[in-house]
Design a protein around this ligand. Structure first.
Ligand SMILES: *Cc1c(COP(=O)(O)O)cnc(C)c1O
Length: 380
């Protein structure tokens, strides 16, 4: 008979997580994840669902009724947004300025959309004039943009200008807020965003698995008056409405533990206060950025578009980024990341998100990085 495989209990290493996500999980969130399961239709769970929705509205700064956690990671909430809003034949305008703009394109195409672009290089935000020109040329039905581009460390400014352009053309705006929600200023209603989605494991410091999504009534009307069914059954909002809306009837089993975790993570946001939390991210990231600049390193984006939750710094000449990351992991149990796509080999990406955005972590990254760079002959 076959012997059972190695039965040692799982014992993952203790890392300091300062990459583009996941960020470190707050101890209170970890603790709640060992709470006993209850049923996904239990009245006690329904109360937790209500609380999650209310806390999400606060964190998104919205009054939207349609505010839910989607089962799955940030890409699931992203696919819910594009898969429901985009109908076959719709023209969809997406950005070219980063990795997640490319992902928007793939999702919009799979939903049957005709994709056109507003062009901007990786490392720069979208210029409202270019967005207006793309609207005049293509008259899109749906416009997507990334508020905080994790691949480039660029924060998109002038969001209200972008949404005004879209609304003058009766288009719907989908904003990727995965790396901004709970970390940098975001005001869904005031800024005129129709649909916003996010994830747990970035600035909310929650494990991935239940991902915030909010839609206003206008966007939900488009979804509910589609001529064709949403291609995904699992992510179809007209069906999910049955569970997260008034009725609370079974659609799929909610990831109960992830919903507990999100509830606790959002409760921590409320206790800290949203604006205080934005300010903490800015302060901690400033400490990091100043430390990096003191070492002679250069930030990739202009200061104007600097994204506090994700710091993209240029790899200095003569330094091998792969070797550097390996050394940080092996010698310091520290995770940061290298560049993606157009910026592969050119930047390091250092997150400053949620529970990871605190002084001891920042100081640790700076000293470990200084040592690892010195080992490659770089002089600070
Ligand atoms: C991380 C991220 C996503 C995808 O989220 P996953 O949880 O990895 O599925 C989407 N957009 C942005 C901007 C992100 O940073």
């Amino acid at each position: 008979m076959q012997q059972p495989p190695d039965t040692d209990p799982l014992n993952p290493p203790q890392r300091t997580l300062m990459g583009p996500g996941p960020s470190e999980v707050h101890p209170r969130v970890l603790r709640i994840m060992s709470a006993p399961l209850i049923g996904h239709l239990d009245s006690a769970f329904i109360e937790i669902m209500d609380e999650v929705q209310e806390l999400l509205r606060y964190t998104f700064q919205t009054d939207n009724r349609w505010t839910i956690p989607v089962s799955g990671t940030g890409s699931a909430s992203m696919e819910t947004a594009f898969g429901n809003l985009v109908e076959p034949g719709d023209t969809v305008l997406v950005p070219t300025n980063g990795y997640f703009g490319d992902r928007m394109e793939s999702m919009a195409e799979r939903a049957g959309g005709e994709v056109v672009h507003v062009d901007a290089p990786w490392g720069e935000p979208l210029d409202p004039d270019d967005v207006a020109a793309a609207f005049d040329e293509h008259d899109p039905d749906v416009f997507g943009f990334v508020h905080a581009e994790t691949s480039t460390g660029v924060l998109q400014p002038q969001v209200p200008e972008l949404t005004s352009i879209a609304h003058e053309h009766d288009a719907y705006v989908i904003a990727d807020c995965v790396t901004s929600l709970g970390g940098v200023e975001l005001r869904v209603d005031e800024w005129g965003i129709d649909v916003a989605y996010s994830g747990g494991q970035k600035c909310l410091s929650c494990p991935p698995g239940a991902s915030p999504l909010t839609l206003n009534d206008r966007a939900m009307e488009k979804v509910l008056s589609r001529d064709t069914d949403v291609r995904s059954w699992y992510l179809d909002l007209s069906l999910l409405e049955g569970y997260w809306g008034e009725e609370r009837s079974y659609h799929h089993t909610a990831p109960i533990t992830n919903v507990y975790a999100l509830r606790e993570a959002l409760q921590l946001v409320a206790e800290e206060g949203l604006e205080a939390r934005w300010e903490r991210h800015r302060e901690m990231a400033t400490e990091l950025k100043e430390g990096l600049e003191e070492m002679g390193l250069e930030m990739n984006p202009d200061d104007e578009f600097w994204l506090p939750s994700l710091n993209a710094v240029r790899v200095p000449d003569g330094v091998d980024d792969g070797k550097l990351l390996a050394e940080l992991q092996e010698e310091h149990d520290l995770e940061i990341a290298s560049g993606l796509g157009d910026l592969e080999g050119e930047i390091l990406r250092i997150g400053c998100m949620g529970y990871s955005a605190r002084t001891p972590n920042i100081q640790f990254v700076l000293s470990a990085l200084e040592e690892a760079l010195a080992n490659q002959g770089y002089e600070a």
